[in-house]
Design a protein around this ligand. Structure first.
Ligand code: 6GU
Length: 245
């Protein structure tokens, strides 16, 4: 899968995405990540990419021309116009479901805004998806783009070495993940749960399932209402199915 990130800070993006699992996946050819510097496309003699907002107000606005030209050069190279995400607190909230859906794309373009925003006309020409990563405001779209590239990448086959771990975890079926333990058996006076050393896989699975449900009930009751629980589990853990009641 190919990620193209249009940004004024390509080094920030390259640096962060060259480490760890994502870096290894790129070396192994499962991903390709290309950070494009919007400033390379300015036609201003002082390399300027922003200007004062029409109508006044604080801050600067990124101009349409360098963004559009960077996008145009990129899509000419790719040979098509892929899904293009603008990172903005005004967008739809990013979720695991959207990460999964986007991992099916061959190419994805991200546009990172800075300053007070981007000239609306550039957005109208190129953006297909407006996405926010949560209800708080960042100084620019780069960190949000990196969050999305990470979350989408790990759903791409081959990126995670343990194939199972892409789906058997938090948010699958709207349940949080169960707690994990490793050696030593006693640490700081606390034992690991004995069932995990029992060798009885059915019992271990049942214990993990229960832990997932209890954690979700405690920390994310909003999720538990949407969780895939059996009728029996709903009765045992007191989950009310009826919407809005
Ligand atoms: Cl996608 N961009 C910015 N600038 N701030 C955000 C965000 C995105 N998501 C949450 N806050």
């Amino acid at each position: 899968m190919n990620f193209y990130i249009l940004t004024l800070f390509p080094e920030m993006v390259r640096q962060a995405l060259s480490a760890s699992i994502i870096g290894r996946a790129e070396e192994n050819g499962f991903l390709h990540i290309d950070a494009v510097n919007i400033r390379d496309y300015t036609k201003d003699k002082h390399q300027k990419v922003d200007d004062y907002p029409y109508g006044g107000g604080a801050g600067m606005v990124m101009q349409a021309q360098p963004i559009y030209d960077a996008y145009h050069a990129l899509t000419e190279k790719i040979g098509r116009r892929p899904r293009t995400v603008y990172l903005t607190p005004q967008g739809h909230t990013f979720t695991q479901d959207l990460a999964k859906e986007m991992s099916l794309e061959e190419d994805l373009i991200f546009l990172c805004g800075h300053y007070e925003g981007v000239d609306e006309r550039a957005l109208e020409e190129i953006v297909t998806d407006y996405v926010s990563i949560g209800d708080y405001v960042l100084t620019g779209g780069e960190l949000a783009a990196m969050v999305m590239v990470d979350a989408v990448s790990r759903m791409v086959p081959g990126v995670l070495t343990n194939e199972a771990s892409g789906s058997m975890e938090s948010f699958e079926g709207n349940l949080l993940e169960y707690p994990q333990y490793t050696r030593p058996f006693v640490w700081n006076g606390k034992e690991a749960p004995k069932v995990l050393l029992s060798g009885n896989h059915q019992k271990i699975e049942a214990w993990r399932r229960e832990q997932s449900i209890l954690r979700t009930k405690r920390y994310r009751p909003d999720l538990l209402k949407k969780a895939d629980l059996t009728i029996r589990e709903k009765a045992v853990y007191g989950v009310n199915d009826k919407k809005g009641v």
